[in-house]
Design a binder for this molecule. Structure first.
Ligand SMILES: [Zn+2]
Length: 539
């Protein structure tokens, strides 16, 4: 509190209890601060993730953005150096971090899939981040298993809103189950995703006993059929330019494949989001409703062709237009300035190795399975025969403890030796053992720290093989998962209600989003958040 010298002298001359009383009176007269004021809260938080959208897609294609992305860049709080902190950088982790602020080391979401030594059926095996045998799929084939946020160990921002009774409705939508479920969390009213087998939007019995009528109607109208026979042509195609692909197989132009692999599925998803807003009356309840939308097509396209292909440019520009449509729709219903938008991506992507090699850049393809085989052979030679590994997934390897015991070996010694062998494999930059990571001894630099933050003891593997930059565990196209900037560096923009426009160049983490939203919405910070409040965004 600032006091004038004269006044403070007067106070100091008063008897102590009178001075105290005067100070209290003065405090009461101090203008009401932002925290104590019940500021107008946004009616809706629109949390947008584009699946696989590198930061540089904002700068490379900036001249072609005139829609939603352009609006956010011009009027939002833009962070130019926002990163994921963990390794691996994959969809489930990006989406769980976004609204929880928690790294995998705390959230327990250590990958899209992992190996559970003791899962629900007491049958060890691969699980997905959202697989849940206790639930059933709603809207897909009968009797199929559903999905839920059960494996997420922490709360999300929407959970905190719900626990504080500050939110009417929370809904997540995506083409992928994990991307619909993980951002909204445990207490969400619904998550909807696309089931490729039935071509329907589906949910699970975790949320409800049957699909709401409006979702049933969307499915009855067969949303995919609208795109039958359509061609994906570049927005700025010149006369005579061939389309990228056609939704009709056997046509003169190549077949696009499933709708997920085209920008049409982003349009379909945007339409679904509009219907959710309309039918669930989002933004009209007491408190702040949340709609999380994750656009998946960019990831499917990007995996196939890589960041340097014209199709990635085209789908990025289309995403800008799709977002404009959604933002305009919301503003028309709720009025401008009543929605708080957060825009980011779950990860970036590496260049296609062959594209890189052609321009004298490093890179190449590695096989996780054949590397595991080489290490396994070395273990057999040293410790004795047996099936040494239960599971390997892109360099994350799970040891078979039965084989360890059968050969009277020590797991720590087996891991140490296996890591030593793996370190000799071509283009493997580092190998972390479970023992290194549990001790926390790996965190000598940013890359070591990212392995530590991506590791959760009860679920993670025994060995982690990290390739050199631009090398990947993928046979075709390209992928992401690495702790290098092409995968960690993503857009982060806050826009709308309560947000001050500006460009911020200091490094921030996507983990900061949840803490920042919690501060803006005046609820508790999600339980596992390690982020900080980005005060620069506040109006
Ligand atoms: Zn991906």
């Amino acid at each position: 509190m600032i006091m004038f010298p004269e006044l403070s002298r007067k106070i100091s001359m008063m008897k102590p209890n009178r001075a105290l009383l005067f100070s209290i009176l003065l405090l009461l007269l101090v203008p009401v601060t932002a925290v104590s004021a019940d500021k107008q809260k946004p009616k809706l938080v629109l949390a947008v993730v584009v699946d696989q959208f590198r930061y540089d897609y904002l700068t490379r294609f900036r001249a072609d953005y005139h829609g939603g992305i352009a609006r956010m860049l011009e009027r939002g709080a833009v962070f130019t150096d926002a990163h994921y902190l963990q390794f691996p950088t994959v969809t489930a982790i990006g989406h769980s971090t976004f609204m929880s602020g928690a790294t995998p080391s705390v959230s327990g979401i250590v990958g899209n899939e992992w190996y559970e030594r003791d899962n629900d059926e007491h049958r060890p095996g691969q699980v997905s981040s959202v697989s849940d045998p206790k639930t059933k799929l709603l809207g897909g084939g009968p009797g199929l298993t559903g999905s839920s946020p059960r494996r997420l160990l922490v709360s999300t921002l929407p959970d905190e809103l719900k626990m504080a009774k500050r939110s009417g409705k929370v809904i997540g939508i995506s083409m992928k189950d994990r991307s619909a479920i993980l951002p909204v969390g445990h207490m969400a009213d619904a998550a909807y995703w696309f089931d490729a087998d039935s071509s329907n939007f589906v949910s699970s019995t975790y949320y409800m006993s049957k699909l709401p009528e409006w979702v049933q109607k969307i499915n009855a109208d067969r949303p995919v059929w609208k795109y039958a026979g359509m061609e994906w042509t570049a927005l700025d195609a010149k006369p005579g330019d061939k389309p990228f692909c056609s939704m009709t197989a056997g046509a003169a132009v190549p077949f696009c494949g499933a709708i997920e692999l085209t920008p049409f599925s982003n349009e379909m998803l945007e339409d679904m989001a509009e219907k959710a807003i309309e039918n669930e009356q989002l933004g009209t309840h007491d408190g702040t409703d949340v709609l999380a939308v994750s656009f998946s097509a960019n990831d499917y396209v990007g995996h196939q062709v890589g960041p340097d292909d014209p199709r990635v440019r085209d789908i990025s520009i289309r995403t800008d237009q799709t977002l404009k449509k959604l933002m305009d729709f919301i503003d028309a219903r709720l009025g401008e300035g009543n929605t708080l938008v957060v825009f980011t991506a779950d990860h970036g992507v590496a260049p296609v190795p062959e594209v890189n090699n052609a321009r004298k850049m490093p890179g190449g393809r590695l096989s996780s399975a054949s590397m595991a085989r080489i290490v396994s052979d070395a273990l057999s030679a040293k410790f004795g025969k047996g099936n040494w590994f239960l599971y390997d997934n892109s360099g994350f390897v799970y040891l078979n403890y039965e084989t360890v015991t059968n050969n009277h070996a020590e797991a720590v010694e087996v891991r140490r030796f296996a890591a030593e062998v793996a370190r000799g494999l071509p283009h493997i930059a580092r190998v972390f053992t479970r023992d290194d990571l549990l001790r926390g001894g790996a965190a000598a630099d940013a890359v070591g720290r990212s392995a530590l933050l991506g590791f959760y003891g009860p679920r993670s593997g025994d060995l982690v093989l990290l390739p050199e930059p631009y090398y990947m565990f993928s046979e075709t196209g390209t992928t992401h998962a690495m702790p290098y900037n092409h995968d960690t560096h993503v857009p982060l923009i806050f826009y709308g209600a309560g947000i001050r426009a500006g460009v911020h160049y200091q490094p921030v983490a996507i983990n900061d989003v949840a803490a920042t939203l919690a501060a803006l919405l005046q609820v508790e910070t999600p339980s596992g958040s390690s982020g900080r409040v980005l005060t620069d965004v506040m109006e």
